[in-house]
Design a protein around this ligand. Structure first.
Ligand SMILES: *[C@@H]1O[C@H](CO)[C@@H](O)[C@H](O)[C@H]1NC(C)=O
Ligand SMILES: *[C@@H]1O[C@H](CO)[C@@H](O)[C@H](O)[C@H]1NC(C)=O
Length: 249
């Protein structure tokens, strides 16, 4: 009985690794037969859509969107359509060519590192980010967009590195150094939008893209941010999240 059951499980699971190449990725790229059928249905349902950017029509994206919508093909399709509309409305095509000179020095985001698998890592140090100042200067919306540019960059890198054989993973990581996080600088009323809008953007546009999120040197006051984004984040993202305190060991 056990043997028969095991055989059935193995037999009824297909790997989508053929789509992304040989992998030692940590992302679960197995699909059951039923899930493979949903994937085919979604592919059919969106075959007439003119996607503005290549990653949106990759099978990996379809699988992530289906997972985000619990394999409901209709809802995954609307989610994709919303992303297409969002891409156009927000002129995402040009986001990397915009003049960011007013922002980049004061709100540094680093995307050059990689983890052991070769997956790219985005690093942000809270100490250098003065969100209150952004609020006072009326720049919060712009700072949010700057961070979304970061999402898009790290996401594109994860796909590009994979294509070039520079990574064995399919995802990316985020490290936030929460050292010097303060009520004054990081949780003004307007600043809260920064956390909620980024959480929403990530879950609705780049779902499943992150392997690990580390918050390091985290003071207890950071709990305010965690409580704020907790209801927005998916189970997968919460599983990826590691909150490490200020104890260096
Ligand atoms: C990976 O996904 C497959 C298909 O949904 C599922 O059967 C399997 O349990 C998952 N494996 C892990 C480790 O989550
Ligand atoms: C990817 O895996 C191959 C085979 O296991 C290994 O030789 C290579 O060093 C790995 N690349 C990275 C970037 O981890």
């Amino acid at each position: 009985m056990r043997g028969a059951k095991l055989f059935f499980t193995v037999y009824s699971t297909v790997l989508i690794v053929s789509l992304v190449g040989k992998t030692s990725s940590l992302e679960n790229l197995s699909l059951t037969q039923a899930e493979k059928q949903k994937l085919d249905q979604l592919k059919d349902a969106v075959s007439k859509i003119n996607f503005p950017v290549d990653w949106m029509q990759q099978e990996l994206t379809f699988v992530r969107y289906l997972r985000a919508r619990e394999w409901d093909v209709r809802r995954a399709k609307s989610m994709l359509l919303e992303t297409v509309a969002w891409w156009e409305e927000n002129k995402m095509k040009d986001i990397h060519k915009e003049d960011w000179s007013d922002i980049e020095k004061d709100y540094p985001l680093h995307t050059d590192g990689v983890d052991k698998l070769g997956q790219p890592v985005m690093v942000m140090a809270y100490a250098e980010w003065d969100l209150r100042q952004a609020a006072v200067q009326g720049k919060i919306t712009r700072v949010i967009r700057w961070f979304i540019k970061g999402f898009d960059e790290i996401h594109s890198k994860s796909l590009e590195y994979r294509k070039l054989g520079k990574t064995n993973g399919t995802q990316w990581n985020f490290i936030a150094d929460v050292d010097k996080f303060s009520r004054q600088q990081h949780i003004c009323v307007q600043c809260l939008r920064f956390y909620t809008e980024l959480a929403v953007s990530f879950e609705s546009r780049y779902p499943g893209g992150v392997d690990k999120i580390y918050a390091v040197n985290t003071p207890s006051i950071f709990q305010v941010v965690l409580s704020l984004v907790n209801p927005i984040l998916s189970k997968g993202t919460l599983n990826a999240l590691r909150v490490l305190g200020t104890n260096k060991e």
